[in-house]
Design a protein around this ligand. Structure first.
Ligand code: ATP
Length: 462
């Protein structure tokens, strides 16, 4: 098994460079020197992220009878985050170095670099002079309302540090407006914000990021069992998006390291090229959250069980995943380089993103064999139009077909369709109206009638 310190910086560098070169991920405000901890997804990254979020929603909400979706506001009432304990309590320990003026997360020094000598950890170089740790507030706030004076404390609102709290404070409304019974969940995908001390490892630790969270409400006696069930459901999910079980590690967070209200917490970790790091937490949070909001709001948030006539605060199991971290894991897992012999008999390195088809940003490339052949181009455009309502398609007529395949390999397009002279019937009736489909991973080719293309592809990309 890989250990926490096994890293592969060369591989990571290649991945970062491909992501920029092919338009997956850019540094935010790069033109102006970059906004630290913020990232923009380019055309292919945006498609990949959408595929992930759509699949998560489909598996979590659409295909289940016991989970409903919601979409809460990012700007959050200060009382919500006071009740949850975030205001004044959501911080990381920070140390300053008096020599290099660097600021470091004190509980993560072993993964950070000294400001003067990057090969050392902060504190390890002879000139380092670290202060005692102090709490650094991770919350980002703003002021609401045109009339808000600069020092009106009531005008302060927060950019939410997690999506969970809007689910907790709307749980009763969701319950009352839908005919549902325990156990049931509320799922949400959305942006969260944390003023991280040291954003790092590419998009892994950002200041603005997206979460995919489920709060699953249940009777107290079901909490532990459902935590185990959700852990398994979430592990299966990663397999379905191309992150295999053997690259995932489950950390059973020990007593003393869990939040004080949590009876069980599992961290699902992935072997990133920069080390084994958390992708998702699955936590049994007991009745803490709803209990806190009931206490602070003074409103009754109890659940009434029609059958047993009991009233109680529901318990909560929370699978909380990071969307950006998962995209990064999918990218890291897909990246591959292999030595192949090209058409001219020479050996070359093929870079290929081996995305599972449901995650691939482009599902199919469409090429005319000869760009100058009007009939081939016309058929390609017709195929393109017929597939576009169903999937992302990329038309390419530039350069040799082999080069076009390589360009699609590099962005992970699982299938490429070529319209050639056989399609036009120039080599007999047998192949007239058929196209070549080339598979990204095996590079093998087969022929299919044009009419069969859509169902053939749909079966493979869902
Ligand atoms: P970490 O220990 O890495 O800071 P955490 O335990 O504080 O993470 P949670 O509060 O449990 O994280 O958030 C749930 C999920 O949200 C995490 O598993 C992660 O995928 C994602 N997440 C949290 N913070 C960040 C961040 N700064 N950048 C990107 N994703 C994040």
């Amino acid at each position: 098994m890989a250990n926490k310190d096994t890293t592969d910086p060369v591989r990571m560098e290649k991945i970062v460079s491909l992501c920029k070169r092919r338009g997956f991920i850019f540094q935010s405000a790069e033109l102006y020197g970059g906004l630290n901890g913020c990232w923009d997804y380019g055309p292919l990254g945006a498609e990949l992220k959408r595929n992930l979020k759509d699949y998560w929603w489909r598996k979590t909400v659409q295909e289940r009878d016991d989970v409903l979706g919601m979409d809460g506001s990012i700007l959050t009432h200060q009382d919500v985050l006071k009740a949850s304990g975030h205001v004044g309590g959501f911080s990381d320990p920070m140390v300053d170095c008096k020599t290099c003026k660097g600021r470091f997360r004190a509980d993560n020094l072993e993964n950070l670099e000294c400001g003067q000598k990057p090969s050392c950890k902060p504190g390890d170089h002879k000139n380092c002079e670290l202060t005692e740790p102090r709490a650094f507030d991770l919350m980002l706030s703003t002021k609401l309302g045109a009339l808000a004076s600069d020092n009106d404390p009531k005008a302060v609102a927060y950019l939410r540090p997690e999506t969970a709290q809007s689910i907790f404070v709307q749980y009763k409304n969701v319950l009352d407006s839908n005919r549902i019974k325990l156990p049931f969940g509320i799922a949400q995908i959305g942006k969260s914000f944390r003023n991280e001390i040291n954003p790092r490892n590419y998009t892994f630790r950002s200041r603005e990021f997206e979460q995919m969270e489920i709060e699953f409400f249940c009777r107290p006696e079901d909490g532990m069992r459902l935590t185990e069930e959700w852990l398994q459901t979430r592990l299966d999910f990663y397999g379905e998006i191309g992150v295999p079980r053997e690259k995932l590690h489950i950390l059973d967070v020990p007593d003393g390291e869990r939040a004080h209200y949590s009876k069980k917490t599992y961290d699902i970790e992935y072997e990133f090229p920069f080390g084994i790091q958390e992708l998702e937490g699955v936590a049994y949070r007991t009745d803490y959250d709803i209990g806190k909001h009931q206490g602070a709001s003074g409103k009754n948030l109890e659940y009434f069980d029609e059958e047993t006539k009991e009233r109680f605060i529901p318990h909560v199991v929370e699978p909380s995943a990071g969307c950006d971290r998962t995209v990064l894991a999918v990218i890291c897992e897909a990246f591959d380089e292999e030595e192949i012999t090209n058409e001219k008999g020479k050996s070359e390195t093929r870079t290929v993103m081996r995305f599972v088809p449901r995650m691939a940003p482009i599902k199919v490339g469409i090429f005319p064999l000869l760009k100058k052949n009007e009939e081939q181009v016309r058929i390609c455009k017709e195929i393109q139009k017929s597939l576009q309502p169903w999937m992302t398609v990329f038309y390419d007529d530039g350069g040799a077909v082999g080069r076009r395949y390589r360009r699609q390999d590099e962005v992970g397009t699982p299938f490429c369709v070529t319209v050639d002279f056989d399609t036009l019937g120039e080599n007999g009736d047998d192949t007239k109206g058929t196209v070549t489909i080339r598979h990204r991973d095996s590079m093998e080719q087969e022929r299919l009638p044009v009419e069969a293309l859509l169902p053939w592809l749909l079966e493979r990309i869902r």
